[in-house]
Design a protein around this ligand. Structure first.
Ligand code: KG4
Ligand code: ZN
Length: 341
């Protein structure tokens, strides 16, 4: 199928034309993120207002870059939630309007299912991932560890009990006086720093669980910065804090693999999967496993191509249900998108 996908769940206005869930014909993203560098986070009202002005030019550019006219499309897809309601409504209103105008079916996609599908983008048929597999999706809004038997079936092994991993980067960066989003700015500040310069706690290490918890790490950083005297060795603090965030993600994956040795691959998705320290630490921790990240950094952070891929897989696996009417929702349980096998 040839799908035009739209994603506006946070501050980005993104659209993409994706063929058969893997081939990306165009992938356009306009972001108002730089406007929020100093505010420590996105201001929802301002983001939505910006998206209203961006959405039509982004859609035009997406179609023209793909060299596809609307009559060639098989369907439209859009993120239906979760996210900022005002932002989501910009995308879903545009998608509903165009679907009706062009007389095309519309597929509502859960944002996290988009992240889970991002690993398939630009893979060839010969190199397609094989189920069952494990996917960690770590972003600013969620940290979920999945056992997946197909694109849309599986179950959650663990999820964060408090902050998301990306949130730990964002809040840590704010404490360190670094710009939002915190992931890339902490990664940059950590360059050349010593990862063992400061000891951070190991969350939930003694509990028999695959859940995550990041609020303790954030609090330790606050106390560390309060108690440090003299010049703060920023790169050492950033490197140690970054390593602690990554170690927690990795120790859950290692434990999950002990419980599910039959998992054929390990996938890491979501904004945090862009982190290079995480990538190398994970490769070191499980050298014998097939590990995959999205093939481009642009597919780690929010983008519309992953929504187009997810929509394709929903249609393949759920057939007619894929085109059922849906509501736009700021809160949307992932269990609605991924069913127990
Ligand atoms: O998936 P995403 O773009 O949006 C959400 O769905 O939240 O993820 C954004 C999150 C932010 O918290 C950001 O700090 C983090 O991903 N992030 C990173 C990196 N790039 C983005 N975290 C660590 N290292 C990075 N290079
Ligand atoms: Zn996301």
């Amino acid at each position: 199928m040839l799908i035009l996908a739209i994603e506006t769940s946070c501050d980005e206005t993104a659209a993409s034309v994706v063929e058969d869930g893997t081939k990306v014909l165009s992938n356009v993203i306009a972001s108002s993120r730089s406007a929020f560098e100093t505010s420590g986070g996105v201001i929802p009202e301002e983001a939505a207002r910006e998206q209203v002005t961006c959405i039509l030019p982004v859609l035009q550019q997406t179609l023209s870059q793909a060299d596809v006219s609307p009559d060639r499309l098989d369907a439209l897809a859009v993120t239906r939630g979760p996210g900022l309601l005002g932002s989501l409504l910009v995308g879903t209103t545009a998608a509903r309007t165009l679907a009706r105008l062009w007389e095309k079916p519309l597929i509502g996609v859960h944002h996290t299912l988009g992240h889970l599908s991002s690993v398939w983008l630009e893979t060839s048929q010969a190199d397609e991932p094989a189920f069952p597999l494990m996917t960690l999706s770590a972003s600013g809004g969620h940290t979920d560890l999945w056992y997946r038997t197909s694109h849309t079936t599986g179950y959650l092994l663990g999820r964060t009990r408090d902050d998301a991993a990306g949130e730990a980067f964002d809040k840590g960066a704010a404490m360190l006086g670094l710009p939002y989003p915190g992931g890339p700015s902490i990664a940059k500040a950590a360059e050349g720093g010593a990862t063992d310069a400061f000891a951070f706690p190991h969350p939930l290490k003694k509990e028999d669980t695959l859940d995550f918890s990041y609020s303790g790490l954030k609090t330790s950083l606050r106390y560390l910065l309060r108690d440090l005297t003299g010049d703060v060795p920023l790169r050492d603090v950033a490197a140690s804090y970054q390593a602690a965030i990554c170690e927690h993600l990795i120790d859950r994956i290692v434990l999950a693999l002990k419980r599910h040795p039959e998992a054929r691959e390990v996938h890491i998705t979501g904004g945090v999967s862009a982190n290079l320290a995480l990538r190398s630490m994970l490769r070191e921790a499980i050298p014998d496993r097939v590990i995959r990240f999205p093939l481009k950094i642009a597919y780690c952070t929010d983008n519309a191509a992953m929504i187009g891929a997810a929509a394709e897989f929903i249609v393949r696996e759920q057939r007619g249900r894929a085109f059922e009417p849906f509501e736009t929702a700021a809160t949307l349980p992932i269990e609605k998108a991924i069913l127990r096998p």
